[in-house]
Design a protein around this ligand. Sequence first.
Ligand code: SF4
Length: 684
Amino acid sequence: MQAGNGATSRNFSLGIDGFTFHDLFQPARLAALDQAFRAQVKARDAALSARFESYRAGASLSPVEESNLLVDVAPQLGDFVGELFRVQAQRDKLFARAADERALGRVRAFVMRRCARLKKDEKAEPLGATRGILSFISAALGLGAIAGDEELSSLRLVAAASELEEALAASVRAAKPVPLTDAQKQNLKKLREAAKGHAWFAGADSDEALAKAVALRCELWLKSCLHTEEGRQATRGWSTLKIPQPMNYDKLVHSIKPDPAFPQKHYGPEEHLRRRDGFKLTDKRYSEREVGYEVDYCILCHDRDKDSCSKGLKDASGFKSNKVGISLEGCPLEEKISEMHALRRQGDSIGALALICIDNPMCPGTGHRICNDCMKSCIYQTQDPVNIPQAETGALIDVLRMDFGVEIFGLLTRFNPLNRKRPYALPYNGLKTLVVGMGPAGYTLSHHLMNEGFGVAAIDGLKIEPPPADITGHDGKGIRAIKRYEEIEQELDKRIFTGFGGVSEYGITVRWDKNFLYLLQITLMRRDALALFGGTRFGGTVSIDDAWELGFDHIAIATGAGKPTIINIKNNLCRGIRKASDFLMALQLTGASKRDNLSNLQVRLPALVIGGGLTGIDTATELLAYYPVQVEKHIERYETLCRENGKTSVDSWLQGEDKEILAEFQDHFAEIKAERERAATAGE
Ligand code: SF4
């Protein structure tokens, strides 16, 4: 990229004339960027521009009109931002992915219509008897395998057959024949040629009969895949073949009870088990394909104002409740979920993220593993709902994985022409706010206050580690752009706890990707309007009187989620007993889970966890993950000390109970080592 006028290497020219990277942090330049975007929309689509300008000027629209307009304008914003950061080629790849997903969506619909259930007395044929249809279509149409993607390689053949069958059937049904596309005509010709003399297609003389016969063969193959053990094994992990299951509110968590004499004993199904070793991210989220499935499964209710995921499920008396009494109020932020799905379905993840950011600009702190009120209120109440949090996080990840993805996300928090209430951040208005607490409430409030032009001093009792000064521009040379998200992304078991994010940092286990917190911290700390102070307690380091004397106009208290839990049970602080929440916080905040950390969090097994809520479950899982780490750390250090000081000397330092614990850990260390060797041999 070339440097702009008066630019340094950090302040490079962007892909829209007249703008440099550092302009994206200046309110006045963001206002100019908004003008540039609107001018571009006008030049490209005058009718759309007229609708959009009227909306921005305050025109009152019905919810459906507003949704449709935003869905129409979002691709323009996707293009504009793509040009700004010169990532059009990467966007094109996402559009190509969307085309594949559309083909798979066609197969999903085919499966649901024809293959999900067998008819009475019907039996699926063995896989070997039906899969020949794939090689037939593949050879006929000249569609070879796609390396590393058997699902798409196979199912795109079904998609082609299904498309042809539907097109011909529609043409027959229509009053006037609907002509096939050139591609469909070509495919039909090739299939006709290949079918000559083939027993499967004997008698299929008309085009329609041939297309039907090919589709029927596909149906039989898919039934083998879904309804025979061999088929299920062969297509394991193919998300396209996932069949939504009925919702059973009496059994929301599937479990197995192995011992009828001991019905309290139960555990999860084998296929849901995930192997875990230590404190790396335990849930890698859905794959792009799985996200595509969810987005295709959504029926895009916004164009009927029925998007209950966003607005809640209502009847005449207000919000409905589900069978377990949960009020179905939808997303608390009323995020434009259905609209976002529409854009993600087109492959426009920047447009999708822009739609999310209208109502939820701090979206890295939400989504998968954080919240699911939207899912509970999805229109699908009697079968699996759309997994919206996965789709939301998936759209964010798509953008973050582009060049300058971090910058694109950051820009959309300060500049979003789709958000007519606050299309770009306002300049400083002279008023100063003290925000107390940097958890989700505090950082989100700080963001909105800054966008409204307030200066924010944010404090948190925890020590906050600053990001590298070049990334935030605190080295005085201007902000350095982050080209690849991987630059700031870390394995969770190596990551330094930055202290930012409050309960999201210390109260959530490694099932959630805490790199998102770092992304938010960087995004906010780059703002001139923010000063962030860790290790500063309100009421201690700074009192209310101090705050007024320091010249603050307003104090916002955003604390409380992490208050210590005092349980009213006698002797609850005696040796060997620890509050579950206290254990989890100690694990996170002391860094005990890290191999190179020295902390005094010692546990011995067996441990009894009392309580089956979220904290109890987290404690059980984290305890199991922590114990081997603790034992290995302990023994590795003991052995190092013995090497350096001699075993006799080291043993002489230990007292009675220390010796007992050491012996116990040595036994368990040997067992862990043997298990690691077994797992390595088994390739687990
Ligand atoms: S997520 Fe559910 S409620 Fe929301 S638009 Fe899609 S199908 Fe409708």
